[in-house]
Ligand binder design. Sequence first.
Ligand SMILES: C[S@@+](CC[C@H](N)C(=O)[O-])C[C@H]1O[C@@H](n2cnc3c(N)ncnc32)[C@H](O)[C@@H]1O
Length: 231
Amino acid sequence: MKKIFINKEIAQLILLQRIDLASPLISRIRKLFGRKFFTKFVSKYLIIPSRIGQKYLEEMELEYKNISNFVNFENKNILSIGPGVGGLELIIDKYQKVKNFFIIDKNYISEKIIYGWDSTNSEAYNNLDLVGVFLKKNGVNEEKINLIDFDKDKLPIKDFDIIISLFSLDYHYSFDFYQDYFKKIINDKTIIIFDTVRPEYFEKLFSHVKIIKKFNDTVHKSSRIMCSKMR
Ligand SMILES: C[S@@+](CC[C@H](N)C(=O)[O-])C[C@H]1O[C@@H](n2cnc3c(N)ncnc32)[C@H](O)[C@@H]1O
């Protein structure tokens, strides 16, 4: 995939979701003027959508390369938790024929995004309509896309093969918010991949836990883990 469809609103979401894509100038402005000004003004008006789109695509290709070493998405039902605009899902769809994408995210942008551990899970930066636009305009078949608002909709009860959550579940908010729900949808073969700041905690919850990537150079040191067989 060489070029993607992107507009200003989608580029803003991408920047809020992947703050590492900010140029050095934008990062400096964020430090100088604060997070509220950044969220409300800088991320909206001082961005170049095509540049953000291109960098996002490259980053998602790398994420896909890492994850596809461990799982095969072919013909699978996939549940994405907090996927942002869905760049990873777009790349998965480009390389493999999946059955369905079920996408759960929040549907608003917080006034001032902190990016730390959010014990109340009130922080959000997504817009589900735009996720739909981004995926469809970039060629994902509409029939495969199921968008679910975490705060308003009933969460889908289905046998999922793969659950994936990058820099969302247990990175910004506790796994507890999903634990009861997972008990209803996970079977012995379901694979769950997510980034966490406390990988050892999951040894108690799952029979199999494997670290598939480590992030030691980032502000929040974390591990990407692949789990199965919930106890
Ligand atoms: C740091 S972004 C990561 C986005 C994407 N996974 C990526 O790697 O680019 C965190 C995402 O989690 C979402 N989020 C926050 N709370 C959530 C919840 N309870 N359920 C699903 N998504 C949530 C945010 O709205 C945002 O889209």
